[in-house]
Ligand binder design. Sequence first.
Ligand code: NAP
Length: 258
Amino acid sequence: MSIRSVIMIGAGNAGFHLGLRLYSTGVNVLQVFSRTEEKALRLAGQTASRWTTKLRDIAPNADCYIIAVHDDDIGQVSETLYSNPPLRDKLFVHTSGSTPSSVFKPYFHRYGVFYPLQTLSISRPADFTDIPICVFAPDREDEDDLFQLGQTISRKVSRIDDEQRAVLHVAAVFVNNFANHLFHIGHQILEKEGLPFDLLRPLIRETAMKVQEDDPSKMQTGPAVRGDRATIERHLGYLEKFPEWKELYEMVTKSISV
Ligand SMILES: NC(=O)c1ccc[n+]([C@@H]2O[C@H](COP(=O)([O-])OP(=O)(O)OC[C@H]3O[C@@H](n4cnc5c(N)ncnc54)[C@H](OP(=O)(O)O)[C@@H]3O)[C@@H](O)[C@H]2O)c1
């Protein structure tokens, strides 16, 4: 059996983009759920689907149910869905990098993961062609179906089990969330000193571009990798006024130097 129809449970950043992309590749999005009418309507309107704000109204006729709610709420949402008997034999997947698929185990016997490894925001377009889709299901047939579904929306589909995905997510937090936090600190420093963040944007772009071509360690520049102690001391002197960032600077400098 292949997956021809889905129901999107969650229409926030991930649910919105996944739903839209699946619809645009010919997958039938039968229904959209979000707690708020506005979000449910926004995706339903663009995928010609029905919508609801109530989990108890989720229809039982889809091939696959994609749960794209906050990581911590996947269990509770599954429990609510389980209370609707016609849903119990259906295939449920979540879209979380860090949540094990076993979160479904108390409720469903067909379950898995459909994780798009990208930062997704409703306010920004998403080009799914190159977004890695990590699929997993304990049942081989279900996993094959998820793999096929992934291939309808992306050229980069991988079978990644729970353990591998957890590791992948740790690495993703470093390269995305932490890197972005460092951009934020740069932004704050310039703002406090009355300088425009635009001055740093080309540098950020080039940093991200360089690692597309080679190992990041070969691309490292700056005082830490050069062992330029006098410059580091000057920076630390400036950062006296931002003790938290000074500590972070020292930690990252040490990590680069070893
Ligand atoms: N955004 C990303 O970059 C990204 C990338 C890959 C994977 N993911 C994964 O995708 C999942 C969703 O993340 P997101 O960024 O899309 O979150 P989000 O933008 O906050 O959207 C969450 C959605 O779930 C609904 N929801 C939240 N808590 C709920 C609950 N307790 N019961 C029922 N519905 C609930 C929200 O409804 P309302 O807002 O209408 O109340 C909304 O539709 C997470 O597992 C995340 O790890 C996210």
